[in-house]
Ligand binder design. Structure first.
Ligand code: GDP
Length: 605
């Protein structure tokens, strides 16, 4: 049911992989590009074409494990599989991982996969069977004395529940029945609704079996007519197996009461091998606290010393409060809350399990990690040197085209004029195309800029198809030896479908060299949605097989925001596209490149 599994180092060396069928495209590459390199590891999954991917990281050994499967399959055991694989790999192949050499993992993988799949199927079957029994029992109603024969009779008929996992409503009913019949003295024949029909049959024939077998369960004391709350049922539900987390929590509580707590009792079922690591650390304390029920490591001071002395393996609980502070700081600097959240979760994911270096505070390492993450996000993954691209097109004998998109008032035509000024001052022969054929006055406004800049304006007036006007303009530019044509488009709200369709048509018909989204640095969460929806609309309304999207961002009014520079991060994070230009004032010369270091300083100050 899986398509592909890969285990590779965070630096990119593949240690082991298995394709269980031919993959279309390269989903793992996509994961690396859009998740690992873009600080999105806090996400749970990634969809790519027909595939879904889930992953887990092992930060001490810088390892990534990825499972690829068909999106439609909704495989519920993937997380467990990943954790089991991680545990096996980390316990068996530490040296190979460190040396980044290939591992022989086929047999272990087959065994683990078989195991996880069969556990999953077994659980599913058990639940489906119990769901069938409940369905039968409900139909029997008052005739519960004959539950055994009736259950058999109805089992085959309850087709609703027969093909899947029991619904929670059924589970609730089952528990209710359990309590009623175990607890009610009025019932002559208590009925058990166990998972296996055979047992069910046997028990119902011998109602007193529970006691005669010496079952130690105390009788439940619910009255049959009493309304039973879900909480009550939860408490008395013995049929449900405890999760390993619950079990561990119970054990921890018991140990606290009886023998005190040690670090290696801490429950981290998803990081089993880390518990081993903690064990080694806490073993050092054993002498100190032997038999006393008190552990130095558990005191505040002890915890502090652990944190600064390098004994600390970072866990979610250590990182959460610190990252929460940073999240608030980022939001305060105008990073969209959703982006700040995802970013911090991503940093968390990459830090859990790392060992804190000697005499280092958690705040310091978190800040460093966050800085690295932000740096990685803001660093352009492609050239932002528009001038060089234009000159390359000129050398190739064609006219380079740039489309500017964005809502009204953000500074779109001003930014277009600034770019025009910049290119012209570098010797590029530029013209401007007025493709906002919708808003009255738009052509005249642009013409005003053209006059000041002393560049020609290509225009066809209003109520024309902007895609055709742009096509004519580019053709004109090519015929008349222009190096670059800057195309202005109608400002529109991202939810105005007809206008968004017209824009998508302009872009898909003309396939410009660059599509620049112009957005204000002042915007909060709304502005970020704006950008995402613009980008989405270009794809949704495109008639190209390979739709064009926003290629870059011009962020305007940077001069008005003090240190609230977060919109820059949000915009890049949302699109994965770089900031090409920054507007820093109303003059044509107020155009710069993004200074990433300054942004970082402002963000984390
Ligand atoms: P459009 O409707 O998106 O084309 O917006 P305009 O280009 O007409 O600009 C709207 C207003 O924003 C104008 O007053 C511009 O002078 C102003 N503006 C544009 N860019 C900047 C900038 O970087 N800084 C400042 N302070 N104002 C800007």
């Amino acid at each position: 049911m899986l398509d592909h599994v890969s285990i590779f180092s965070q630096s990119g060396t593949v240690l082991w992989s298995r394709s269980l069928c031919q993959l279309r495209g390269n989903p793992v590459d996509e994961l690396v590009k859009t998740v690992l390199l873009e600080e999105r590891t806090g996400r749970k999954e990634l969809n790519y074409d027909a595939y879904q991917m889930r992953w887990t990281l092992e930060n001490k050994l810088n390892l990534v494990l990825v499972v690829v499967y068909q999106k439609v399959l909704q495989l519920l055991y993937v997380d467990e599989l990943l954790e089991r694989l991680k545990y096996e790999v980390v316990t068996q192949f530490q040296d190979e991982i460190r040396a980044r050499s290939p591992i022989v993992f086929d047999a272990a993988f087959d065994r683990i996969l078989r195991d996880v799949e069969s556990n999953y199927l077994k659980n599913k079957r058990t639940q489906a069977t119990s769901s069938k029994s409940i369905s039968s029992s409900k139909k029997n109603g008052a005739a519960r004395a004959d539950a055994s024969s009736d259950a058999d009779q109805h089992a085959g008929k309850s087709t609703d529940d027969s093909d899947g996992v029991a619904s929670s409503a059924d589970e609730l009913d089952r528990l209710k029945l359990d309590m009623k019949f175990v607890g009610s003295s009025k019932q002559a024949k208590p009925m058990r609704t166990g998972p296996r029909p055979s047992k069910y049959k046997k028990d119902s024939k011998k109602p007193a079996d529970d006691k005669s077998k010496g079952t130690k369960k105390p009788a439940l004391s619910f009255d049959i007519k009493q309304n039973v709350s879900a909480k009550d049922m939860e408490e008395f539900d013995r049929s449900k197996r405890l999760t390993s987390e619950d079990e561990q929590a119970m054990l921890d509580a018991q140990r606290r009461d009886n023998i005190g707590v040690r670090a290696y009792f801490s429950s981290r079922p998803l990081n089993m091998y880390m518990a081993q690591e903690s064990e080694i650390v806490s073993d050092d304390d054993d002498d100190a606290d032997s038999g006393s029920g008190w552990s130095f490591g558990q005191t505040r001071l002890g915890d502090f010393l652990q944190k600064v002395s390098g004994n600390k393996i970072l866990a979610r609980e250590d990182l959460a409060p610190v990252l929460d502070q940073f999240r608030q700081t980022l939001i305060g600097k105008n990073v969209a809350s959703e982006v700040a959240e995802e970013l911090c979760e991503s940093v968390m994911t990459t830090m859990i399990g790392k060992r804190l270096e000697s005499f280092t505070r958690i705040e310091t390492v978190v800040q460093k990690a966050l800085e690295t993450a932000l740096m990685r996000i803001l660093t352009p993954k492609k050239s932002t040197d528009v001038l060089r691209e234009v000159l390359a097109a000129r050398d190739a004998g064609r006219c380079y085209s740039i489309v500017f998109v964005g809502v009204n008032g953000v500074g779109k035509s001003t930014s277009l004029s600034k770019v025009c000024y910049y290119l012209k001052s570098r010797g590029v022969k530029v013209m401007i195309a007025a493709c906002d054929t919708f808003r009255s006055g738009a052509v005249e406004q642009l013409n005003q800029h053209c006059k000041v800049l002393d560049v020609p304006l290509f225009e066809r007036g209003y109520a024309k198809d902007p895609a055709s006007v742009a096509r004519e303009a580019v053709a004109y530019g090519n015929e008349h030896g222009f190096d670059c044509v800057l195309i202005d488009t109608a400002g529109r709200m991202q939810n105005n479908e007809p206008l968004m369709r017209a824009l998508a048509k302009l872009v898909s018909v003309n396939n410009p060299d660059l599509v620049l989204f112009v957005g204000e640095a002042l915007v909060g969460n709304d502005g970020i949605d704006q950008l995402s929806l613009f980008d989405r609309a270009l794809v949704d309304y495109s008639d190209r097989q390979d739709p064009r999207r926003v290629d870059g961002i011009v962020i305007t009014k940077f001069d008005t925001i003090d240190d609230k520079v977060g919109a820059a991060v949000s915009m890049v994070y949302k699109t994965g596209q770089p900031i090409m230009f920054v507007g820093t004032g109303q003059k044509y010369t107020n155009l710069t490149k993004l200074n990433i270091k300054t942004v970082l300083r402002s963000l984390l100050a």
